[in-house]
Ligand binder design. Structure first.
Ligand SMILES: [Fe+2]
Length: 292
């Protein structure tokens, strides 16, 4: 038995935590202990500072639920979410790149017909997003599921509206020719929620807490590797300083302004609207596994 000293403590703890049958869990815990100890040795916190850290983690967890996810937000603003994403999508394949899911996805969005609106009654400039879902071979994928969520034209998500009904989200399906058509309103740049623990932390920095305007997509299809991503609005002033580091160049799309007239879904509008076009490309499940 070795009695602990400041010097040997890390080694004593690591030795104890070798005793884990699951090799992956053992690897994770060994690395976690090594890095946690190195962090503490580096900053040499006072007892008061360490209690503050515990309190931060406790409050961050407590304010998270199925609609508000402060823990994900912390992972996002520290770049960890994008790092995990990058590690898991290393191989450039020609497929649509992924980006962070973010804290605002709500499961079980309503199913909306081809060309239908996910923004009924929402403030904002009408926006029509159309395109196709295709495989890497260029062939259209029918029956792909497109799960969308975004802010309304005032920059608010469902959980921030406090809406009891689904707000600014919907599930669409690609047609036999792979096409999809969504009516929505243009998202705008928004601040991450600043009323929680992460916001209080950001307030102590001079880092921008804005996200450039974007629409979230989770696209999946049988036999293909699904992608969780965003489409970002080209020209947004925050495109280079996204607080969660989510912007990838191929995901920046033009919002083409029309003064009115026939929309891509065949309606006629007497007000300005935007057209957005994007073709999603999915890789086959087998190819994705082989590359991993
Ligand atoms: Fe978002």
């Amino acid at each position: 038995m070795s009695y602990v000293t400041e010097k040997n403590l890390t080694d004593v703890v690591l030795k104890r935590w070798e005793d884990i049958p699951d090799p992956r869990l053992r690897e994770i815990m060994q690395s976690l202990i090594k890095h946690l100890h190195a962090f503490v040795r580096d900053i040499e916190p006072t007892g008061e500072e360490w209690f503050k850290a515990i309190d931060f983690i406790t409050r961050t967890g407590k304010m998270s639920d199925n609609k508000r996810q402060e823990v994900i937000l912390f992972s996002d603003v520290t770049g960890v979410s994008m790092l995990v994403d990058a590690i898991n999508h290393r191989v450039p394949t020609g497929a649509t790149p992924s980006t962070v899911e973010g804290p605002f996805h709500v499961a079980d969005a309503p199913h909306i017909e081809h060309g239908g609106s996910m923004a009924v009654g929402a403030p904002g400039i009408p926006t029509f997003v159309t395109g196709t879902v295709r495989g890497l071979d260029g062939k259209p994928i029918a029956g792909a599921i497109l799960d969308l969520w975004q802010t309304d034209g005032e920059g608010l998500y469902e959980s921030q509206r406090g809406s009891e009904e689904p707000w600014m989200r919907g599930i669409y399906h690609s047609q036999a020719d792979g096409s999809y058509a969504v009516r929505t309103v243009a998202p705008i740049a928004y601040t991450i929620p600043m009323d929680g623990t992460v916001g209080a932390l950001m307030d102590k920095t001079e880092i921008s807490h804005m996200r450039p305007a974007h629409i979230h997509f989770a696209v999946s299809a049988p036999g293909h590797k699904g992608v969780v991503t965003h489409l970002f609005r080209k020209g947004d002033q925050y495109i280079e300083t996204d607080v969660v580091y989510g912007v990838k160049e191929p995901l920046i799309v033009e919002f083409t302004k029309k003064s009115g007239g026939k929309t891509p879904t065949g309606e006629v509008l007497n007000e300005p609207f935007y057209e957005v076009h994007y073709d999603f490309v999915l890789q086959k499940e087998a190819a994705a596994k082989a590359a991993a």
